[in-house]
Design a protein around this ligand. Sequence first.
Ligand SMILES: Nc1ncnc2c1ncn2[C@@H]1O[C@H](COP(=O)(O)OP(=O)(O)OP(=O)(O)O)[C@@H](O)[C@H]1O
Ligand SMILES: [Mg+2]
Length: 292
Amino acid sequence: MADEHPIAADADAPAILVEQAHYTYANGNVVALSGVDLRVEKGEIIGIIGQNGSGKTTLTKLFNGLLKPSSGSVVINGVNTATQSVQQMAQHIGYVFQNPNHQLFARTVDDELRFGPRNIGMSEDEIDQRVAEAVEFFGLRNVIDEHPYRVSFPIRKLVGIASIVTMRPSIIIFDEPSTGQDHDTTKVINNLMTGLREQGTTVVCVSHDMPLLADVVERVIVMKDTKIIADASPRDVFADAALMQRTNLMAPQVTEIALQTTVPLGGAIALTPAELADDIANRLKPRAKTGS
Ligand SMILES: Nc1ncnc2c1ncn2[C@@H]1O[C@H](COP(=O)(O)OP(=O)(O)OP(=O)(O)O)[C@@H](O)[C@H]1O
Ligand SMILES: [Mg+2]
């Protein structure tokens, strides 16, 4: 709405600054977050992992103002969410829901893709261009006139992602983007993450998909029982068997194999198949002869 101008972003502020955030759902009086601190700089790509019910979705809903902290503060691009509507926050931050059925409501895929950009006041020419790009990138040409609920779940999920990407927010939150995806749509999501990194978009990706995170994020936040209990590189998090066990999570299989079978070269535990293959190849190389 024209009179709902957001407070301008602060160029020097971090993308996300959460200080001592607590959140209790009134419904059932469930404590979902207790004393969470988190700072994410602009352009960072981070993953959030943790067992079911640990608070990941609640935390990310604080980022875009869908939920306001019961106490503590959440400041996005220098703007405190407490003073803003969800619509105002949409100028700063895009939120892709865990379940697309909670996000999509238009009558056609085309309308769905246009809704967000229109809502933030983009010109119709620019909307046409953004939608055309998204249709191409996400492979949605054949479903553009379909009802979003009539397309397959993996495609519906891509529509949910595409409808946020068309707004080009400087921060994008993905809640479980690869859940329920097939091989082709997983590839699209990987390409999307790589593209967002190149554009300097700040990305927060909640996921149980450890190989996806090993591939795309630089930093992993680990949640357990309403709190952040670790914050480190994916290599350090996934190689920490005690931490993974404590949170009931599985490291990528590649990392499990590396931990169990190889003494990693240079202290680096393999995260991706390519790294493990290199490690094994190096080990199989005949040793250079030293003298005769
Ligand atoms: N609308 C709600 N009303 C009451 N309690 C809720 C609500 N949504 C979530 N909770 C509770 O808050 C806690 C945190 O839930 P949240 O959805 O943030 O976890 P999560 O880490 O995203 O889990 P998952 O991996 O299953 O998606 C859980 O105990 C959950 O049952
Ligand atoms: Mg969740």
